[in-house]
Design a protein around this ligand. Structure first.
Ligand SMILES: [Ca+2]
Ligand SMILES: [Ca+2]
Ligand SMILES: [Ca+2]
Length: 382
């Protein structure tokens, strides 16, 4: 192994990141998914080897990039409790290869459940430039790892958006857990990109009248949203909900429980597997995610949203980012806490006692009074 070859000879090379282990490349022969043979420069990490067409890339930048992908790989190991099945042409002395090629099945391409990722040359240059020039990490390798670590086709595959949704969700989880500064995605900052999929899209789904799993991911469709995220993005937001509400350990427990389940023969089997595995891991009933109730803020289930429901919401207050607390149902936006944002959704849903069919216009005097009173109550709790 040739890790940590010091190449700081210029004296101007800054090596400030904790990920910084300068690498030295060696030439290897690589046979692509399409059967073409390349001579590539291999940059070895501890989990992956990145194979590039240019052997003269900056060893510091490559050290950071390979180190970051190694970390992402480790997060996927934690989530799934296993590693991709080794596929001979895509391993290098036990390392999983990520190769820069001129032709593959997309901008990036990865085997489902097996080692092997390929990235089209121009897209790899973007990945490299983000790290070398800006100290940031492009999402692409972290997304493709979600192909290699997909082991749940039997349990969830009858709802196809889960397959790609897994890679979308865990690109975010693996980068977040690795503490990486994500590069912009098209015209969105990385944070906007993540928030728009894992929060805004989920919220659009929860508030679209009549939307449930069957009319969306079950039909290969999303709900109207400004960036036109699709069904797989919506499925990603469902996975991400468990991570967001209950953390990485429970999220790993969810996938462990899922892996024990039999193959689904219908889409509804897959949804039941998801719910059962989530319940086993968290004790939370995700029925309200797959079949959003018309009045999610009706916490006491008596078909209205009134003072009694606000009382339950206040009693469940945790503050931002503090975990879903004693009453996960009060975490109306599924972001893992009961805070002002959840109260805002409850206020917006106010119906008054026994009047679920009668939603007042926002801003009516009664609602405003209630909001003022409730805001006062809430401040006492903080
Ligand atoms: Ca109620
Ligand atoms: Ca919150
Ligand atoms: Ca919340």
């Amino acid at each position: 192994m040739n890790l940590a070859q010091p190449r700081f000879v210029s004296g101007l090379v800054a090596c400030l990141s904790i990920l910084c282990v300068p690498l030295r490349a060696e030439t290897v022969s690589y046979t692509s998914f399409e059967g073409d043979t390349y001579m590539l420069a291999a940059w070895r990490g501890s989990n992956v080897a990145v194979l590039t067409q240019d052997a003269s890339l900056d060893p510091v930048a490559m050290g950071e990039l390979v180190g970051a992908i190694d970390q992402g790989y480790s997060v996927y190991q934690t989530i799934t409790g296993r590693e991709p099945n080794p596929w001979g042409p895509t391993t290098l002395d036990g390392l999983s290869t990520i190769a820069q090629v001129d032709s593959t099945c997309g901008a990036g391409c990865g085997y489902l459940g097996f080692t092997g990722i390929e990235i089209l040359s121009s897209f790899f240059e973007d990945v490299y430039d983000a790290t070398a020039n800006d100290g940031q990490y492009d999402q692409l390798p972290f997304y493709e790892l979600g192909r290699n670590f997909w082991f749940y086709g039997d349990q969830l595959g009858t709802v196809d958006p889960f397959v790609t949704g897994f890679a979308i969700a865990n690109r975010f989880v693996s980068m977040q857990e690795s503490g990486l500064d994500g590069a912009p995605f098209n015209d969105l900052s990385f944070n906007e990109f993540r928030e728009d999929i894992v929060h805004n899209l989920r919220q659009a789904y929860l508030t679209t009248p009549g939307a449930d799993w069957e009319t969306t991911i079950g039909a290969g469709q999303s709900v109207p949203n400004p960036n036109n995220w699709g069904a797989a993005d919506l499925a990603a937001s469902f996975f991400h909900t468990i991570y967001e509400q209950y953390g990485l350990e429970a999220y790993a427990d969810f996938f462990a429980a899922l892996a024990q389940m039999p193959a689904a023969s219908t889409p509804i089997d897959a949804i039941e597997h998801f719910q059962d595995a989530a319940f086993a891991a968290t004790g939370d009933d995700y029925q309200r995610l797959f079949y959003p109730p018309a009045f999610p803020a009706d916490l006491d289930g008596d078909n209205d949203v009134d003072d009694a429901d606000f009382g339950l919401a206040f009693a469940a207050f945790t503050g931002p980012g503090s975990g879903p607390g004693s009453n996960p149902s009060a975490d109306l936006d599924f972001d893992g806490d009961v805070d002002d944002a959840d109260y805002g959704l409850a206020f917006a849903a106010f119906t008054g006692p026994g009047a679920a069919a009668n939603i007042p216009e926002p801003g009516s005097a009664g609602l405003l009074l209630l909001i003022v009173a409730a805001a006062g109550m809430h401040r006492q709790r903080v």
